[in-house]
Each structure stands twice: as structure tokens, then as C-alpha cells.
Write a protein that binds this ligand. Structure first.
Ligand code: GDP
Length: 394
């Protein structure tokens, strides 16, 4: 499907930048337009792919291009005040060619955490196409203020979008890595997971049409109904040369059948085990899949390695595991030496990670109030003389 992506704040901008890169590399055609919005000039300058004219600096009157720190209330205020400047950039998007908006932001900071929900609300008021959010949760080691920001932003963002896709940095950080190096890898994982999914509805001219192709409306239907979504993914390398003989002979009329060198039962088994791995392995937001309201299974890879039976079995298994009556599934044929299963689980509600985040956020909020009260008391004790003999000038 074709998306208009808007990256809000530093993480949001970097991830959208990386989506453009992914689109070029894989010829997926999912990013129709890309915009970055920030209160920090330096962050906008650090982007590589987003066109200069699509980089919008907001809040100049308030913060002079220096960012809002981690103050997401200020982030939200500035976004509201300068929404017209963001709209000017959005005006250049041919929205009739776009299936949905995707607003991307890190929820732990200030600009994206506060601004993304404001923008989503604005877009929903003006446009009829769906507005999705891609919200990134901070690592648990980032500290109380980031957790509190994320918990508050999460509540607001879910309410303002048609569906909030969540990616949890905490589940994906690897020990001993530099923060920047770590993010680079994490961002690659983000674009791959969501890229395969959104790319499924966007079969390029010249690509083979899948037996049961996933189209944009299936992605939209899976996301409709709102709530929170997570994505599972598993892949396995396959030997293209084993099948390219088949492909080549098809092109040359050599009479090679699709089953050349491939055992249908093996293909089906590989698919079913990939589906299990994807659903039970690491999800972008860890959660219990039981109770997910809707799901979409996308099997991608060389068409010789995909079959209807595998998809059907995978779909049935997902229905049993989730208890959902709405499990869609289909192919996304791609000439790459890899077969993969992507699973979008939408309307998940059993998410202990969010409950923990909220608990830590409440503790942080209470602590911050105590600390503020204590420091006010301490200052008063310092400034006032004990017997109250002195009087201030005015
Ligand atoms: P903002 O510019 O004020 O919106 O804040 P940032 O986007 O810099 O940071 C918000 C949160 O996003 C941080 O707490 C991190 O958890 C996360 N973050 C920052 N940069 C990246 C990135 O490149 N990739 C990912 N996945 N997360 C990031």
C-alpha cells in the first residue's frame, strides 16, 4: 500500500528516512511521500533521504530551533501552535494517490511524543483516508521521565489514530552496543518488519501476480477497528538456484514445472513452521497473542516457494491461537532468496509490557512530585532566616 509518512521528532525522522532507503533497495513502492517535523534544527539537518523542502521546523518562536528537551507537553503545545506549517508541507502530498498516513515517533522524548498525537488528530479531522501511528517505546533503562512521557503519549496516540502499531526498543536492544549503532540495527528491523507488511499490498508492475495476493484493503481491514497492533516475523533462506531452473525453463518454454526440484509437502511444512515462529517469537510489541481481534498473515518469497495449502494451514493455526474469527492471509511474491512469514496482530489487549510501563510511569510521577515538593521546602529553609528577622526588599 502507498503511504504518506510523517516522522515526528528525531526517532520518527530517522525511521522515515530509513523507510525511504528500504523502499529504494527493495523497490517496494510504499513511501509515496515523506515528511519530517521537528523542533530541533540539528536533527532535521542530520537526515539523509527526506527532501529538504519536506523538513519542517516548528516552534521557532518558542525554542529557537533547539528542541523541547524531553518536555512532551511543550512538544504538544508547539505542534498545535504551528500545525499550519506542517499542513503546508502535507499540502504537497498527492493524497488521492495515498492509501493511508503513517505518523512515526519515539514516544519517550518530547517533540514526537507530544506532537505526533496532535498531528494525528489534525489529519483525522481533515482527511478521509486512515491515519496510522507507529509509536516507539523507550528502553526500560532510559529512566523515569522517558517512561512517563511514553505512558502518557501512548494513551493519547492510541486515541487519536485509526490504529497504533507499536515497536518496543526494549525488546530489541542488544547488550554492549553503542546507542547509535544499536539504533541503526533497530531501525533496520523496524523498516524490514513493517516494510514487508505494507509492501504486500503494493505489487510492482512486472512482478508475478500472487495466487492469493494481499491487497491494501486487507491491510486496512485488519487495522480497522482501532487499538494497538504488533508484528511478528520469521524468515528462512532458500536456494534461488534450485528454483530458477524452473523459472528459466518457464521463460524459455523449456517445460519446467513449478514443482521442479521442490517438494510441495516441504514447501507447506516450511510455511507452517515459519508462521509458528513468527507468531511465537519476538514481536515488535511483546504480548499474548491470545485475544488479538484481527490478524493478517503475509507470506513472501519466490512464488515457487509459496503455496495455498501452506497459507491456509497457517491461517487456521493462527485462528486457533488467537481465538480470532478475522484472520486474513495471502502471498507477496518477491524474487529474493528468502521465504518469510509476517503476521500483523491487530487489537491486542493482553500486553503486560504496557501495564509495567504504566506502573513505572506512575511511580516516576509520584517521585517527581515528592522531589519537587522537597526542593521547594529546602529552598525555603535556605532563604528564610530562622527567626524571620529579615524582610525581603519587595
Ligand atoms: P524527540 O526528538 O524529542 O521526539 O525525541 P527522540 O526521538 O530523540 O527520542 C525519543 C525516544 O525515541 C528515545 O527515548 C528513544 O527511546 C527513541 N529513539 C531515539 N532515536 C531512535 C532511533 O533512531 N531509533 C529508535 N528505534 N528509537 C529511537
Amino acid at each position: 500500500m502507498k503511504l504518506a509518512m510523517i516522522g515526528f521528532g528525531q526517532a520518527g525522522g530517522k525511521v522515515v528516512d530509513r523507510f525511504l532507503d528500504y523502499d529504494d533497495r527493495t523497490n517496494s513502492g510504499i513511501v509515496r511521500s515523506a515528511i519530517a517535523v521537528n523542533t530541533a534544527k540539528a536533527d532535521l539537518m542530520g537526515l539523509n533521504r527526506i527532501p529538504q523542502e519536506n523538513r519542517v521546523l516548528i516552534g521557532q518562536a518558542r525554542v529557537k530551533g533547539h528542541g523541547v528537551g524531553a518536555d512532551n507537553e511543550l512538544g504538544a503545545e508547539v505542534a498545535e501552535e504551528d500545525i499550519d506549517e506542517v499542513q503546508n508541507a502535507i499540502d504537497s502530498i498527492p493524497t488521492h494517490e495515498v492509501d493511508a498516513f503513517l505518523v512515526v515517533a519515539g514516544m519517550g522524548g518530547g517533540t514526537g511524543s507530544g506532537g505526533a498525537p496532535v498531528l494525528a488528530k489534525h489529519l483525522k479531522r481533515i482527511y478521509t483516508i486512515p491515519v496510522y501511528g507507529l509509536g516507539i517505546l523507550p528502553g526500560t533503562d532510559e529512566g523515569g521521565i522517558y517512561t512517563l512521557n511514553a505512558a502518557r503519549s501512548f494513551q493519547t496516540f492510541v486515541r487519536e489514530v485509526d490504529n497504533l502499531l507499536v515497536f518496543d526498543n526494549d525488546s530489541w536492544r542488544s547488550a554492549g552496543e553503542s546507542v547509535e549503532g544499536g539504533y541503526s540495527q533497530i531501525n533496520e528491523e523496524i523498516v524490514r518488519r513493517f516494510g514487508v507488511l505494507f509492501g504486500a499490498g503494493e505489487v510492482q508492475p512486472g512482478n508475478e501476480v500472487a495466487e492469493s495476493v494481499v491487497d491494501s484493503s486487507e491491510i486496512i481491514n485488519t487495522l480497522s477497528g482501532g487499538g494497538v497492533s504488533t508484528v511478528g516475523f520469521a524468515s528462512e533462506e532458500v536456494d534461488l538456484s534450485a528454483t530458477s531452473g524452473g523459472l528459466l525453463s518457464k521463460f524459455t518454454g523449456g517445460g519446467g514445472s513449478v514443482d521442479d526440484g521442490l517438494d510441495a509437502a516441504n514447501t507447506t511444512n516450511r510455511i507452517t513452521s515459519l508462521v509458528r515462529k513468527a507468531a511465537l517469537g519476538r514481536l515488535t510489541l511483546p504480548c499474548e497473542i491470545d485475544g488479538a481481534e484481527r490478524a493478517l498473515l503475509v507470506l513472501s518469497g519466490p512464488s515457487e516457494h509459496l503455496n495455498r495449502k501452506g497459507i491456509e494451514r497457517g491461517r487456521k493455526w493462527l485462528e486457533e491461537e488467537t481465538g480470532s474469527m478475522e484472520v486474513r492471509g495471502g502471498d507477496y511474491p518477491r524474487d529474493i532468496p528468502e521465504v518469510s512469514a509476517s503476521i500483523l496482530l491487530s487489537g491486542v489487549t493482553n500486553v503486560p509490557r504496557i501495564k509495567r510501563l504504566q506502573q513505572v510511569a506512575i511511580e516516576a510521577q509520584d517521585n517527581m512530585e515528592d522531589i519537587q515538593q522537597e526542593s521547594e521546602d529546602n529552598l525555603e529553609e535556605l532563604v528564610e532566616d530562622d527567626a524571620d528577622d529579615l524582610e525581603p526588599l519587595f
